[in-house]
Structure formats: structure tokens, C-alpha cells
Design a protein around this ligand. Structure first.
Ligand SMILES: [Zn+2]
Ligand SMILES: [Zn+2]
Length: 306
């Protein structure tokens, strides 16, 4: 237990020191300034060549989403995720140790050139995430958390990182084992993270960049806006692509009936959805928990007894 307690406390201080160091030392290998830089590029593009010209440059929820960006990229790790995930990984390895398993590696790619390893990680992780994203739409329980991302009513680059911290846990947990099974020889996936962040910003941004045939490979604003459409023909949505759009074409989950520039975004009764960060964080835990919905039998009995 002592071991886990030490991991827990040192994760906090290590991450706190790391974040503080990042903010004070701009450089090419620095997440903080890359996130800032990428955001600035897409915001400038939205100002110079907007897709929806009538949309304000500082759109609805711009600052809320700016905070989400900082929270989901950095603060959530600081307030606990880093510590909990380090412990989770340690506990999982200890658990495997009981069965005499010291590592999960099933595919050795260590001898490959770095670019090939990075490309493999990018493609494999994106495919896993496409599946997890589908799951977030298909499971009623997970959908409650994913609704935070879909509560965006006016689209812009910063909406990319509006999501509930519960999603981080779901994604990291579900992608851990498959990724651990690939024995990467590199520890630093900086380039993949930065590239995926840039595409995510791009998908949500209010710009129009015709990709030509590349649109069948890369996700883009004209496709992703339909993922956020308020009215969908299917209950579970479409266009689940994160960085790559190709999975939606391969598995026939794409939906782009026309130009989606001015479509209504959100979900049924999005107008009633909480608008503040704190309320959105709490809402998934209480939504639908009225007596009747949470336990119909008990609620009916209580009514009968009344
Ligand atoms: Zn979604
Ligand atoms: Zn989105």
C-alpha cells in the first residue's frame, strides 16, 4: 500500500513541476506552447477565412471552451488523473505479475524506423478511438458524459476540447491494453499528440479548406459538423472519426447529406442543458436520476403507499 501511496503523492508533485516548467520554458518540445500556437493559428484562420461569416469571432462559449482546453489538456492530470492512471498501470502490472506475465507485448515494432512506429501508433490509436467514440454514442450511460461535447451550439476550433473528464478515463482505459500489446521502441509520442490535436482543432474550426480526395482520409470541418447535427436520421449519430475519416467510409457510418454550414447543432432540448463548466461536470451524474427514472418500481410503490 505504501508503494501506491508514494506513487500517488509523487505523481502530483511531478506533474505540478512539469506543468510549471512547461509554462516557464517555451520550446519546440513543449505541449503548452504548441497547444497555444495551434489554437492561435486556427483562431486566426477563423477570423481571416471564416466558413460561417456571420458567426462572431469570439463565438458563443469561446472562453468556456478555452478553459476546457486548458483543463482537459493539463489541469485534469494535475488534479488527479496522472496520479490515478500511474497507480492504475502499476496495479495492472502487479496483477499480471500474479500470473507470471511481465509484459503484454504481442507485436514487436521496436526495430522499425521511428517514422513507421509513429505512423503505426497514429493509425492504431485513431481506430481504437473511433470505436470508443461509437461506444460513447451507443451506451446510454456513456452518452450522458459525451453530451457535454455535443452541447456546443456554435462551432469553432476550441469546441474540440470541450468534453467531460469521464471521457478521458474511458478512452485511456480502453486504449491501454491494445497499445501496450504493441512493443513500441519509443517512449515519446509527442509528434502524434501534436498532430492529432491540430487535426482535432481543424475538424471543429469555422473554416472551409477543400481537401480534395484527402477528405476520404482525414476528418474535416465539413464532415465533423454533421456529427454535431441536432437532428440525425439515426439515433446513434454518424461520422465518428477523430483524426481519420476513412473508418466512417469503410464501415459506412458517414453522413453528409448536403452542405452543413448552417445546420442546427446539439441535441433535443440542448437549450436546457447547463451552461457553466461546473454544472456540466456534475450534470452527467444526476441527469435522469429523478425517482421514477432511477428506480421505477420503487417510485411506483411509494406512490401507492402515499
Ligand atoms: Zn460524438
Ligand atoms: Zn466534435
Amino acid at each position: 500500500m505504501e508503494k501506491y501511496r508514494n506513487i500517488f503523492t509523487s505523481s502530483f508533485t511531478d506533474y505540478g513541476n512539469y506543468l510549471w516548467h512547461e509554462m516557464l520554458h517555451p520550446g519546440w518540445g513543449n505541449y503548452f506552447y504548441w497547444l497555444l500556437g495551434i489554437s492561435l493559428v486556427f483562431w486566426l484562420l477563423e477570423v481571416i477565412v471564416p466558413w460561417r461569416q456571420h458567426q462572431a469571432k469570439i463565438r458563443q462559449d469561446f472562453w468556456l471552451d478555452g478553459f476546457y482546453m486548458f483543463f482537459n489538456f493539463f489541469l485534469f492530470s494535475l488534479v488527479g488523473f496522472n496520479a490515478i492512471s500511474t497507480i492504475g498501470v502499476q496495479a495492472f502490472n502487479d496483477f499480471l505479475g500474479f500470473f507470471g506475465i511481465s509484459n503484454l507485448v504481442a507485436f514487436e515494432v521496436q526495430s522499425w524506423p521511428v517514422w513507421a512506429q509513429l505512423l503505426t501508433l497514429f493509425i492504431v490509436r485513431d481506430f481504437i478511438q473511433w470505436n470508443v467514440h461509437r461506444l460513447l454514442h451507443h451506451s446510454d450511460f456513456l452518452w450522458r458524459f459525451h453530451k457535454v461535447h455535443h452541447s456546443v451550439q456554435q462551432m469553432g476550433f476550441a469546441a474540440h476540447l470541450r468534453f467531460h473528464w469521464g471521457e478521458t478515463i474511458v478512452y485511456r482505459t480502453l486504449e491501454y491494453i491494445p497499445l501496450a500489446m504493441i512493443g513500441f521502441g519509443i517512449q515519446d509520442f509527442f509528434l502524434v499528440h501534436i498532430f492529432a490535436t491540430a487535426i482535432g482543432h481543424f475538424n471543429h474550426s469555422n473554416i472551409r479548406v477543400p481537401l480534395g480526395p484527402l477528405r476520404y482520409l482525414f476528418n474535416n470541418p465539413q464532415m465533423h459538423i454533421w456529427h454535431h447535427a441536432k437532428h440525425m436520421p439515426h439515433r446513434y449519430g454518424a461520422n465518428y472519426g477523430i483524426s481519420l475519416s476513412v473508418w466512417d467510409y469503410l464501415f459506412k457510418t458517414y453522413y453528409m447529406p448536403e452542405d452543413g454550414r448552417d445546420i442546427e447543432l446539439g441535441f433535443e432540448e440542448v437549450e436546457k442543458y447547463p451552461r457553466s463548466f461546473a454544472a456540466q461536470q456534475l450534470y452527467p451524474f444526476t441527469e435522469g436520476n429523478t425517482k421514477a427514472e432511477a428506480n421505477p418500481v420503487k417510485a411506483t410503490k411509494e406512490l401507492e403507499n402515499a
